[in-house]
Design a protein around this ligand. Structure first.
Ligand code: ADP
Ligand code: MG
Length: 694
């Protein structure tokens, strides 16, 4: 094997002493190819003296860190199966650690006299014990409990089991690498670092792996997080700049259609709607394109905003495209738009995947010659064949469900398209700028006045009969009810069957005098659409549903939403389901049936019970679940770094955002910041909407 003389961050990890080709290959398959990747594998936790408990201080059910010495260990046999027991002592007592799984792996890990740190929840069973603790073997030479040193602990996940590198081994590898790497180059200038009071990259990375004090650690992490937020915001700043640089048509006149439409409304716009319309008109009157996101809870009346905006564009002889993430949603928008378009003689069409080819061809032709004024559709709109005569407005519904690439494809079908994005998906306020920072933001923070707030209650299963009685009462008054069953995945057979048999039971017994419908994932698209129609025009009285009827249903008579096994839904999902009722002038009721009671599920359901504002719910949800899980979802995929803690990083994020936007404002092509540009194009290219910075 050729061993390079000088180890740099670009050196392949296999050349590091203690790795070798075989482990190198495995590390590579986990994304750790070179030394640079290795030293960016940051510790998961730190062990310092303030965390450590003496064994005689621990209490049952407490999460603890204990440092001790391995006294003895071995396999224990039960009637069925076996387990591995490790006995540890410190100066104050003994504790057992127990493993039921991974026994062959774990039983080779220890020697008598090993210094070890363990963490986990304390139980009591014939003595204190911790089941499946996390652990870390410590260097014997230095006893951390005496030196006060802070020790980084690395995740012992599957990767490290595969390469049989535990936390201690990883620590050694990283130290070894850091000792050989001369200097980790910075993409920021010394001047910038000094001005912003940031540590250098080199220093930060070294501190993170070899910390001397908690203050140092704090500064180091500030810098590393700053980096991540900075580049994310730099991307947003560039996207925003590039878009604003297109010069286009100014839409100053309202035009005939918008005025006629406004006059034909049988309700008054809310103050929030009026404010947002003003913001939009101001955008449209400028020669740079609008790029605005309208956020607002379900039912706050975003559709009317989209329609009025579209009417302005069409009234000025230009075309509008409305893109929705699903066919059901596209169809629903089409219905709303079609209704107002036919009154005003505007030509509006629906373009979705399953149209016949000749229908599609006709639409392509009419878009290109400008005969179609408003097109509503799904991803079908971004295909190459779709060409416009003069596309000036793109309305994107639930825009986070489209990729950068998809939005870009639609936008580039016009020369300088105005973008109006809409979302009812509540994102915690703290995340808004991190995620939507490239757009101007509008909020519709007010529901139409005729709404009566929905009454929400968590119901224990034994009280379910009272719910059924209320439902019958409502249906007798001509109202509509939903019962939703959780199906987390399409393949979830057991729950699908449970829902089906519940439906059969309702039909034969409890609700035999009523017309029921059953909506589930296995239905063909036509049948689904048919059921949706029956719901919307009142042909059925109660819909039992397995699939999530989050969207596509708009029946102002719907007054009851019963959610079975509510504890199994996400809070946002529950909130969206609840949004299907309370859309008309009647009192509505949402019942969350809690079948499995845990403290956590109770807390979560009471958030829904207490709050009706989706954004508030989302804030609470974030607090409860932590950002990891929140950001783990696909929709926020670009902020996936393990380092970031969006809830608590507000200050760092704002700092990074201010600088990033400032830099782009002064030097939009990053001519004076070649190092930043290099890193941006290397690591963030996929997020740039219009790569045009040189
Ligand atoms: P969103 O798209 O924000 O979920 P919609 O635009 O579908 O909400 O509006 C929900 C319902 O409220 C629709 O039936 C709509 O006609 C009605 N609506 C919208 N704005 C108002 C208003 N200002 N006053 C009364 N009803 C309104
Ligand atoms: Mg404009």
């Amino acid at each position: 094997m050729d061993i390079p003389n000088q180890i740099t961050i670009k050196t392949e990890v296999q050349y590091l002493r203690g790795v070798g080709p075989k482990r190198g290959q495995i590390l590579k398959s986990y994304g750790i190819s070179n030394i640079g990747d290795l030293i960016r594998n940051f510790p998961r936790k730190y062990l310092d003296r303030t965390n450590v408990k003496n064994i005689n201080q621990i209490k049952i059910n407490e999460q603890v860190v204990i440092i001790g010495t391995v006294k003895s260990f071995g396999l224990k046999y039960l009637k069925k199966g076996k387990y591995f027991q490790l006995n540890i002592s410190d100066e104050t007592g003994f504790i057992q650690c127990i493993w039921f799984h991974g026994i062959s792996w774990i039983s080779e890990k220890f020697k008598e006299g090993d210094n070890i740190a363990v963490f986990g929840k304390v139980e009591f069973y014939k003595g204190y014990r911790i089941i499946h603790p996390e652990f870390d073997l410590l260097e014997n030479s230095k006893d951390p409990s005496n030196t006060g040193q802070i020790i980084p602990l690395y995740a012992s996940n599957n990767l490290f089991k595969k390469v049989s590198l535990d936390s201690r081994a990883i620590r050694k590898l990283i130290h070894n690498a850091l000792n050989q790497v001369y200097l980790i180059k910075d993409h920021f200038s010394e001047h910038f670092l000094k001005k912003e009071a940031l540590l250098s990259l080199d220093k930060s990375i070294r501190i993170v792996h070899q910390p001397n004090s908690n203050d140092d650690l704090k500064s180091a992490y500030y810098r590393l997080k700053f980096d991540e937020y900075f580049f994310l915001q730099l991307v947003l700043a560039i996207n925003k700049y590039q878009l604003s640089n297109f010069k286009g048509k100014k839409f100053i006149d309202l035009g005939d259609y918008a005025i006629k439409m406004y006059k034909s409304l049988d309700f008054k716009l809310t103050n929030a709607q009026i404010r947002v319309m003003r913001e939009i008109r101001k955008d449209l009157a400028m020669d740079k394109p609008m790029n605005r996101l309208v956020q607002g809870d379900v039912g706050c009346g975003k559709t009317i905003i989209a329609m009025l905006t579209s009417a302005i564009i069409v009234g000025n002889d230009s075309q509008v495209a409305i893109m929705a993430p699903t066919e059901i949603l596209a169809e629903q928008h089409f219905e709303s738009f079609f209704e107002f378009c036919s009154k005003l003689n505007i030509k509006c069409k629906l373009l979705i995947g399953n149209l016949k080819q000749n229908q599609k061809n006709q639409i392509y032709e009419d878009l290109e010659n400008g005969r179609i004024q408003i097109i509503v559709g799904t991803h079908a709109l971004i295909q190459e064949k779709v060409k416009f005569k003069n596309l000036e407005l793109v309305v994107v519904d639930e825009q986070h469900r489209f990729g950068v690439e998809q939005r870009k494809n639609l936008i580039t079908k016009g020369k300088h398209v105005n973008i109006l994005s809409m979302t009812a998906t509540p994102i915690p306020r703290t995340l808004t700028f991190a995620i939507h920072g490239d757009m101007d933001l509008s909020w519709i923070d007010e529901l139409p006045q005729n709404r009566i707030p929905i009454k929400t209650s968590v119901i224990e299963s034994k009280k379910i009969d009272s719910v059924y009685t209320l439902m019958k009462n409502e249906m007798d008054k001509g109202r509509f009810c939903f019962i939703v069953f959780p199906i987390i995945e399409e393949s979830d057979k057991i729950n699908a069957e449970a829902a089906e048999s519940a439906y059969e039971n309702f039909k034969k017994n409890i609700f035999k005098e009523y017309t029921l419908g059953f909506l589930h994932g296995k239905l063909k698209k036509e049948s689904k659409t048919q059921i949706m129609e029956q719901v919307n025009n009142g042909e059925i009285q109660c819909l039992i549903s397995t699939t999530v009827v989050e969207v596509g249903i708009n029946n102002p008579n719907a007054t009851v939403m019963v959610i079975e096994n509510a504890e199994r839904f996400g809070l946002t999902q529950l909130h969206q389901l609840r949004g299907r009722i309370g859309r008309g002038k009647f009192q509505s009721y949402c019942f969350l049936i809690q079948r499995k009671k845990t403290e956590q599920s109770f807390k979560r359901l009471s958030i829904i019970e207490k709050h009706i504002d989706g954004f508030k719910i989302s804030d609470e949800d974030l607090k409860l679940r932590g950002p990891g899980e929140f950001l783990g979802t696909k929709q926020h995929g670009h902020i996936s770094s393990k380092l970031l803690d969006i809830v608590n990083d507000g200050k760092i994020m704002r700092h990074a955002r201010t600088r990033a936007f400032e830099i782009i404002e002064n030097d939009p092509k990053l001519i004076k910041s070649q190092n930043l540009k290099k890193k941006l194009l290397q690591d963030y290219r996929h997020m740039l909407e219009f790569i045009n910075i040189g």
